[in-house]
Design a protein around this ligand. Structure first.
Ligand code: AHR
Length: 660
């Protein structure tokens, strides 16, 4: 009843006026229309499945600072991904040492003691295999850098080569280690031929003793040419989605495997060699090379709002693998540490938005960005177990943000599921504390999404909190990215549009998976060292994001004839008030063609131009590296009338865009 009253009220006051609702101020013109959050479709980036290190972060050297260790992964050590080279009768030792490090955050380095530099082209040194071999492209440049320190009297000349297993050299440079203090050397290597399996060799060409650390190789061609930048192809595939926001850096990565493993943003800014690396909760190593500055910069580069998530001062409830034995591994930060922790949270806001004269704003400026990053939202917590320890700490952080930064909108959390104890308790708590947005997560079978596509229709509109559907995906048999799973997501997303007055954000999860290094399937985008695979689910996310509107109008489209009684047939009609375009989405998950009645009456269609983007195929089809275009969107032009029936093919998503 409350829900009904809210709508009667909303629709009454919204006639021909602009109303402020849960969604932003949107010019709603008649009683049928409903405002939609303009930020409804975005992305969630987490360093899972090698999404950052070995993925979006363009660093090509693996274990560049010799900090891998067995707590990252059993069997890993300082020389993982490295090999000792003693070529052409060169003779000497390679050791890992810690007594005179580059800085305290980067304790390990390697020492080459060259007793005989050999007689041929080779020498004594070390080689890095990168992440499954390094991909080099003909005609492109690569930026090599290294920190070194001389421990012997005479300077040591070194040669850097990009080689393949047969010893063929694709590019090289030389430098001389001559400083007895740690010093950075940089060089550009021009590559003459392409390969996908190169390695980096650094060999000494003279006697002596030198220390090496932070051995690094980046393509010059990073996304937007940024230093310490991102892999251009992977960044581009995200940019092509035109996401309204980016949630980062996790996920479970944020609250961490125990308190010590919690993601601390201050450890991830400043010079890369001073950042604090740590074990990644997903079972590998996190360099923090892709840190908060790079995340903010990337958001700006692709025109997306940043949505950073910080831990609610409790660790993941599955810490220490406790999910296996059913106990709770959530650890709460000691209360005496909370003031410092809250300071960190507030400092992040200053880092993003503060003037260059402020302590943290100055650090942003030092990194090359004096202008603010315009942070509007902060997530606190990630699907945490709702315990008294969580509630106490969340409240402390939330109160402090509201007091010091009432302009920042806080996103709370409601556990790892669409229902159950944490969901109930999470929402109760959020209502009690007046949290502005609540993050929901769920991964379910495709049928679940079809069956629950009225979920948010039933949400109580009198509750002030909006919804962020922060993680969702339809998991088909064998966790494959089938068209069937993508259509279930599409159907559900039409219901997100219809409820865009209270659902402010949504994002599929996870985003990336590096082939051979996944901890989670399915993912939206798969990649190797040089290939990117857009799954069918990717195209659904992209089509909704690129074709979002800010006004929902139920009068624009409705199922026709047989379609009215079909379970797996949904339609949605929105308007984009900026362009004036009408956008219709039709999802047909049934076996046969079904019609959708489109009604443009009352609109001037004399100059209308329309196109239909169609995604269709076999419901169990998926895109693979061998057949990446098995199911891809196809665009055709469409003739429109004031009213007409669109025939939606079986197993399809149709997006019709009408320019008036
Ligand atoms: O998206 C993968 C993981 O799923 C996230 O890290 C976590 O929040 C959820 O359990």
């Amino acid at each position: 009843m409350k829900y009904y009253l809210k709508f009667v009220f909303l629709y009454t006051v919204s006639c021909f006026v602009t109303v402020a609702t849960h969604a932003q101020d949107v010019p709603v013109k008649n009683s049928k229309e409903k405002p939609i959050s303009p930020d409804l479709f975005g992305i969630f980036f987490e360093d899972i499945n090698y999404a950052a290190d070995g993925g979006l972060y363009a660093e090509m050297v693996q274990n560049r600072s010799f900090e891998y260790n067995p707590s990252d992964r059993k069997g890993w050590h300082s020389l993982t991904a490295w090999k000792y080279l003693a070529e052409d009768f060169a003779y000497g030792t390679l050791t890992v040492e810690t007594s005179e490090p580059l800085n305290e955050n980067n304790p390990h380095y390697t020492v080459l003691n060259i007793e005989d530099e050999g007689q041929g082209k080779g020498g004594l040194g070390l080689a890095n295999s990168g992440f499954d071999g390094m991909v080099l492209k003909e005609g492109e440049n690569y930026n090599f850098s290294v920190w070194s320190r001389l421990f012997s009297e005479s300077a040591v000349p070194l040669r850097v080569e990009l080689r393949d297993k047969e010893g063929k050299v694709y590019g090289h440079t030389t430098w001389t280690a001559e400083s007895t203090d740690w010093k950075k050397y940089e060089a550009r290597i021009a590559v003459t031929q392409s390969t996908d399996s190169a390695y980096l060799a650094v060999v000494a060409k003279g006697k002596g003793k030198i220390a090496l650390d932070m051995v690094s190789l980046f393509p010059e061609n990073t996304f937007k040419g940024r230093a310490n930048g991102l892999r251009a192809d992977l960044a581009r595939v995200i940019a092509d989605m035109r996401p309204a926001f980016v949630r980062f850096p996790g996920g479970c990565l944020v609250h961490g495997d125990g308190l010590e493993n919690m993601y601390r943003w201050k450890n991830t800014i400043g010079p890369v060699e001073e950042r604090v690396p740590q074990k990644n909760i997903w079972g590998y190593h996190q360099t923090a090379g892709l840190g908060y500055f790079e995340y903010f910069q990337f958001c700006e580069d692709i025109g997306a709002k940043p949505l950073p998530v910080l831990a609610a001062a409790v660790s993941c409830q599955n810490s220490g693998g406790t999910w296996r034995i059913g106990s709770i591994g959530q650890k709460a930060m000691p209360l005496e540490d909370m003031q410092d922790y809250i300071r960190d949270v507030l400092d992040l806001i200053e880092y993003a938005n503060g003037p260059v004269t402020s302590t943290w704003g100055a650090k942003r400026a030092e990194a090359g960005h004096p202008q603010p990053f315009n942070l509007e939202y902060i997530g606190i917590g990630n699907e945490d177990k709702i315990t008294p320890g969580f509630e106490e700490r969340f409240k402390m952080i939330h109160d402090a943000i509201r007091e010091k930064h009432p302009e920042i909108i806080v996103v709370g959390t409601s556990g790892p599921s669409h229902s159950g104890e944490d969901y109930e308790k999470g929402w109760e708590f959020a209502k009690r504390e007046n949290v502005a947005l609540v993050d929901e997560h769920y991964y379910e079978k495709p049928e679940w999404f079809w069956n629950n596509r009225e979920r948010y229709d039933k949400y109580d509109r009198t509750v002030p909190a909006d919804i962020y559907l922060g993680e969702f995906a339809a998991h088909d048999t064998d966790r494959k990215n089938t068209l069937r799973s993508a259509l279930a997501e599409a159907a559900y997303m039409t219901h997100l549009e219809r409820n865009g007055d209270i659902v402010r954000f949504s994002s599929y999860a996870p985003l990336f998976g590096r082939v051979g290094h996944t901890q989670w399937n399915p993912n939206l985008i798969y990649f190797t060292g040089d290939k990117v695979l857009r799954t069918v689910n990717y195209y659904v996310q992209q089509l909704f994001s690129v074709n979002r509107g800010d006004i929902y109008d139920p009068g624009l489209v409705s199922p026709s004839g047989r379609g009215k009684d079909k379970k797996a047939f949904v339609v949605s009609g929105v308007k984009d008030s900026e362009t004036g375009d009408i956008i219709i989405k039709i999802v047909n998950g049934e076996e046969g063609e079904l019609g959708a009645d489109i009604n443009l009456s009352g609109l001037d269609i004399s100059k209308a131009e329309a196109e239909c983007i169609l995604l269709t195929g076999n419901p169990v089809a998926e895109n693979t590296f061998e057949a990446p275009e098995t199911v891809v969107p196809e665009t055709r032009s469409l003739r429109v009338n004031e009213t007409f029936t669109y025939p939606a093919p079986a197993h399809s998503l149709s997006v019709i865009r009408i320019k008036l």
